[in-house]
Design a protein around this ligand. Structure first.
Ligand SMILES: Cc1cc2nc3c(=O)[nH]c(=O)nc-3n(C[C@H](O)[C@H](O)[C@H](O)COP(=O)(O)OP(=O)(O)OC[C@H]3O[C@@H](n4cnc5c(N)ncnc54)[C@H](O)[C@@H]3O)c2cc1C
Length: 388
């Protein structure tokens, strides 16, 4: 069974690439081992798919080569995808910070992709496991449903997160088979865990989310954080988790945008305890539990200036050393992947293996939280779809 382009993986990037290649008149086959395509799209964005971010730039991605994503992102922009969404009559809204979500369901995005695949005469085979790939003058893909050959092979198998949805390391294995380098993979956009004794110590704080500035590895994000019974979560923590390395400290500013020292010094002669003062700036339960950990239960005026300065410092640089992450089971994405130094940033083709392309999350390009990962899937799929 002869095709022009075989795409392994029927997720966001694979389907988008299929549409573009099909539009060029290429005979395209998508091989998906799960029972249906786009399972991650279905659960994305809490079921509403945060399908792009209006402010996307290369700065929103983590990669060994921070410039790699620029070319593809410039050639297929958030506005291009929004135009497609509008053509399909899908209602959407900006939730915050440029993040666009469907008003209805993520299923609408899957239907859009399937309709476009239909128009572009793309063949999709689900429940089709690939056994082996070989290359002579063409790629020969041996599957449970037969042997297929093609001049171009696009690997769009995604990352390792959420294995129960069909994630595999197949894409990395294939890259290795063809001698391509892999940047170490690790869970990203993932809750962080704490050592058991820290969990116990912080248990009074658990379940309350608050606005904070979380910083780690040179990156800072101001959003909510949440102490859970196992560790730290919430959008700001998920964001910094992508930059966190084992052993590193995460800094939390619990009074972002404020000057804690002046704020406390203004109350220097107060009969109030610190917890009451802080409760004006953060949830009362968090303020009380945090103060129980670090402050004697006395009016502020009984604290020395040095003690107040130390508390102000701790409020703005509360340091926590995570024990680890919740791993791929809970990670939204996989950082690392097929080394960008092996790929052309214009076409996504492996420079040493003509005809072999890698797109989407399997590549060492990882977006921050907020619709960037799908924008990368569309943009890299679009880039490869023009050449495969
Ligand atoms: C819970 C959750 C919510 C998310 N929400 C958002 C969001 O709102 N916005 C956002 O931008 N990003 C979000 N993401 C991230 C986003 O889903 C991924 O970055 C994106 O789907 C990557 O696209 P992809 O096509 O590279 O990989 P995937 O979409 O993961 O597709 C890969 C496909 O390949 C298939 N496959 C794997 N191995 C094989 C094999 N051996 N043979 C055949 N097929 C194979 C898989 O079954 C899958 O269908 C979320 C992720 C998760 C886990």
């Amino acid at each position: 069974m002869e095709k022009d382009v075989i795409i392994i993986g029927g997720g966001a990037a694979g389907l988008f690439c299929a549409i573009e290649a099909g539009r060029r008149g290429r005979r395209v086959l998508v091989l998906e081992h799960a029972g249906q395509v786009g399972k991650k799209i279905a659960i994305s964005g809490g079921g509403r798919c945060n399908f792009t971010n209006l402010h996307t730039s290369a700065a929103n991605f983590i990669s060994t080569n921070p410039h790699f994503a620029k070319s593809a992102l410039a050639r297929y922009t958030p506005a291009d995808f929004v135009a497609l969404v509008e053509r399909h009559g899908i209602a959407y809204h900006e939730k915050k910070l440029g993040q666009l979500f469907c008003d209805g369901s993520s299923r609408q995005i899957i239907n859009l992709l399937l309709a476009e695949c239909g128009d572009a005469q793309v063949e999709i085979r689900c429940g089709c496991r690939v056994r082996r790939v070989e290359r002579s003058d063409k790629f020969r893909v041996e599957t449970e449903q037969g042997i297929f050959t093609s001049a171009s092979l696009v690997v769009a198998t995604g990352g390792l997160s959420i294995p129960q949805l069909g994630a595999t390391d197949f894409g990395y294995q294939l890259a290795r088979q063809f001698g391509l380098r892999i940047e170490q993979t690790r869970p990203a956009l993932v809750p962080l865990t704490l050592l058991a004794d820290t969990q116990v110590r912080l248990s009074g704080l658990s379940g309350v989310s608050l606005d904070a500035l979380a910083s780690c590895g040179g990156a800072s994000f101001r959003e909510n954080i949440l102490v859970t019974h196992r560790g730290l979560s919430g959008p700001a923590i998920l964001q910094v988790s992508s930059y966190w390395q084992r052993g590193e400290v995460v800094n939390l500013d619990l009074l972002p945008g404020a000057d804690a020292l002046s704020l406390l010094l203004e109350q220097r002669n107060s009969e109030s305890e610190l917890a009451s003062v802080l409760a004006r700036h953060m949830p009362r339960r968090f303020a009380s539990a945090w103060c129980k950990l670090y402050v004697p239960s006395v009016p502020l005026r009984q604290l020395t200036e040095r003690e107040i300065a130390a508390l102000a410092e701790r409020l703005q640089r509360w340091q926590i050393t995570p024990a680890g992450t919740e791993g791929f089971k809970k990670a939204e994405v996989t950082a690392g992947g097929v080394a960008t130094s092996e790929l052309s940033s214009r076409t996504m083709e492996a420079t040493r293996v003509p005809g072999l392309y890698f797109i989407g999350e399997v590549v060492d390009v990882t977006g921050q939280l907020g619709g960037y990962n799908f924008q990368w899937a569309w943009a890299s799929g679009y880039a490869a779809g023009q050449f495969a």
